[in-house]
Write a protein that binds this ligand. Sequence first.
Ligand code: GDP
Ligand code: MG
Length: 311
Amino acid sequence: MPSELTPQSDLQEYPSGFRAGYIAVVGRPNVGKSTLINRIIGQKVSIVSEKPQTTRSRLLGIYSTPQAQLIFIDTPGIHKPIHSLGEAMVKAATSSLKDADLAAFLVDASVPPTDEDALAAQAVKTHAKNIPTILVLNKIDLVSGSKLQEMEALYRELHQFDHIVPVSALNGDNLDTLVSTIISRLPDSPPFYPPDQITDQPERAIAAELIREQVLMHTYQEVPHAVAVVVDEYKQRSEDMTYILATIYVEKDSQKGIIIGAGGRMLKAIGQAARLELEALAGTRVYLDLRVKVRKDWRKKHPKLGLMTYT
Ligand code: GDP
Ligand code: MG
């Protein structure tokens, strides 16, 4: 439990025997950490991508049941220019493990362990000495039974895990077992957050991430990680209408051209897809105003833009 946080026992009545705690979700990029957290929470709080390095800041996903509160710490993505991939991943895992009551080590069970899996496991070995560890074998929808046993044996060798749970974060298979295994190892504690809160991220930050996700999906391979999104305005204008003004920042005129597309078609498609996601977030219809601006070399000159996705 992070020391600056104390349980908010005055939040409301909670049953005796209530359990609550922080779960560090660690693993190399692309194993499905964000997908898992979103799936358990039942709403998108973390962005998912086929390309690694999409989760930018440390993010809490909160799942409450009548008996327990599970606070998932999603680990941030990697800034290659600053650190080597492995180094950055280990740093991220390490920082989330420091605050955790439990470690969920996620792997892609459809492929054998990679060097990065081994590195991440090393971080667990070093920093999760005093907390329970769960090996989560994800993507079982891609593996046959006998192959899964083979993979399990390989992943078991990485660390002496306390529990092993095979799941599919994508289709939800066996996530109930994972949740009950987690709860069984959480400390007795009052909840830290109100039961209806699903993340510590402000709506604007999630909105920016959802828009950025659509930009990445629509411009696959064409625009590198040179995209930052800032939500300039987020206002519920009436009972059933939220107005959102956002700016997509890129580094080059050519990237701006790609995002706008011929006759503005690309930007329109991005906007339409993002609007659907934003409506689910806001719970109202959304009027989305998107702008595209070039800020030359923002990653070098304004590195914070990539971290601060909202103003
Ligand atoms: P992260 O980098 O660990 O956060 O991984 P993401 O959650 O962004 O997922 C990476 C990719 O794996 C995405 O394309 C997901 O759709 C995919 N994925 C995640 N979980 C599963 C799963 O259980 N089965 C399959 N088939 N794909 C998955
Ligand atoms: Mg992620």
